[in-house]
Design a protein. Structure first.
Length: 88
């Protein structure tokens, strides 16, 4: 089951096309806030500091992606157990 969940997560089964969070006003507002704060923060950075900050952001993105995958798998498993309980 883990393999199919990862395939689903990575978009190989295409349910991500039904995710409309990017269009929500709350999501757009949060993106603007992050962007604005990042610009303000890095405005006076040296090139070395900008490079370090970029590496930091990449590692945070990787951690976030893994956390989201784990939460997705956990939620999917719970939903499946609930469906099995309802059916039986």
């Amino acid at each position: 089951m883990a393999d199919i969940l990862e395939e689903l997560w990575h978009g190989n089964l295409a349910p991500h096309e039904f995710n409309h969070i990017e269009n929500s006003p709350e999501y757009q507002s949060a993106i603007r806030l992050v962007s604005s704060n990042q610009e303000r923060l890095t405005k006076d950075f040296t090139e070395q500091q900008k490079d370090l900050f970029e590496h930091y952001n990449t590692s945070v993105d990787e951690l976030s992606s893994q956390t989201e995958l784990d939460a997705f798998k956990s939620g999917f498993k719970l939903a499946t157990r609930l469906m099995i309980s309802v059916i039986t």
